[in-house]
Ligand binder design. Structure first.
Ligand SMILES: [Zn+2]
Length: 62
């Protein structure tokens, strides 16, 4: 039993700690998510700070 449960911070899940290449912030809003036939997940993200859009590709485990 843990007498002091640590609260989990609510942070957006980002692969490998990506950050905006324009302003360096790490807060992205996911515009859409799409699975590819290659077994990866592509996410279109938009920086909440400067609005720059990037596309990330994530490999699905297992
Ligand atoms: Zn930005």
């Amino acid at each position: 039993m843990n007498p002091r449960p640590t609260p989990k911070p609510v942070t957006p899940v980002l692969p490998k700690g990506i950050c905006c290449s324009a302003c360096g912030c790490r807060h992205f809003e996911v515009l859409y998510t799409r699975a590819t036939p290659a077994g990866t997940i592509r996410r279109r993200r938009q920086c909440r700070h400067c609005g720059r859009r990037i596309t990330t590709s994530e490999r699905v485990g297992a």
